[in-house]
Design a protein around this ligand. Structure first.
Ligand code: ATR
Length: 290
């Protein structure tokens, strides 16, 4: 039995069907990234973009079973809603409250969240190998922040400080996961002092995203020299925050690595094989240029 058949997708055809559901979906870089990976691994199959509106979500999930898809990714706006149509939810995804990856084992669907673990793998590989004992400051407390903060708690940092425009969301998140790590929530009014203590500063807000590429989530003067600064945004590849931080001698880390690694984990769940991460990254970078 080859690896494709072991993965349990469509043993009759031996071809692995994968895809991503979202609304909109046309700009997704996942198909180009995963098709490059399938080719590099020598796995016959295809990864397709599927434009699914909210009213079509339940039917789309049923179709994953009936059409014999091995797995799918789930993107905006379905990451939360999709959970009620699955057979099992992985513990991490349940805590985060969102699913971005579904694995189909002979009609039994399990939901995972690879965004947070993908982010942390990328941060450690590219910028900060040891997070243990670090003071981490996270800007933002939305869906993306939840995924990465949950994954960061597993790294045993000294402290995670969450700063959010709507302070109540940061404080509630800190209370919810208080048992996992030393987490505290703060308002923007407290941000200057909090950021001053950071070893690692992570922007999860949309401030600085295309087209508002000159915007900074915190003023330049607040950023300590020489720390690690990470931004989840990958369009542009180097945000104003990263550019400014680089000028201050910081180690910078952009959002492309998170995108590639959330996909790498998903591919590993579907195939049982190590993902060709560099080839996946190159495929995404190339698609930005054309
Ligand atoms: P995502 O899934 O990308 O995290 P989200 O759940 O809508 O999206 O969360 C967006 C985050 O960016 C929130 O923390 C939001 O702050 P609020 O909770 O106060 O809305 C933050 N954010 C978005 N625009 C912002 C801005 N202009 N200034 C500061 N924070 C902003």
């Amino acid at each position: 039995m080859n690896s494709v058949q072991q993965a349990g997708s469509t043993p009759t055809s031996g071809s692995m069907l994968l895809g991503v559901i979202g609304d909109p979906i046309i700009h997704s870089k996942s198909p180009v990234m995963h098709n490059a990976a399938l080719k590099a691994l020598g796995i016959p199959g295809s990864y397709v973009p599927l434009h699914i509106k909210p009213e079509g979500l339940e039917g789309a999930i049923q179709a994953v079973r009936s059409l014999g898809f091995r797995g799918i990714n789930v993107t905006i706006p379905h990451k939360v809603e999709v959970m009620k149509y699955l057979d099992h939810i992985d513990e991490g995804a349940a805590r985060v409250g969102a699913v971005n990856t579904i694995v189909n084992n002979n009609g039994v669907l399990t939901g995972y969240n690879t965004d947070g673990i993908g982010y942390v793998r990328s941060l450690k590989e590219e910028a900060c190998p040891v997070l243990n004992g670090k003071k981490i400051v996270v800007l933002g407390a939305g869906g993306a922040a939840r995924g990465i903060i949950h994954a960061l708690t597993a790294e045993h940092p000294d402290q995670i400080s969450v700063v959010n425009r709507t302070a109540s969301k940061a404080i509630e998140l800190a209370q919810e996961w208080g048992a996992l790590a030393d987490i505290q929530g703060f308002s923007e009014a407290e941000a200057k002092e909090v950021v001053a203590s950071a070893d690692v500063l992570i922007n999860t807000t949309s401030v600085g995203m295309h087209p508002n590429i000159a915007d900074l989530p915190v003023p330049k003067e607040w950023i300590p020299e020489g720390i690690v600064v990470s931004d989840l945004i990958y369009n542009p590849l180097e945000t104003a925050l990263l550019h400014t931080s680089s000028d201050k001698g910081c180690i910078i880390h952009g959002g492309l690595g998170m995108f590639v690694n959330q996909g790498a984990y998903a591919l590993e769940y579907w195939t049982g094989l190590a993902a060709p991460v560099e080839i996946m990254k190159e495929a995404v970078l190339h698609s930005f240029k054309i």
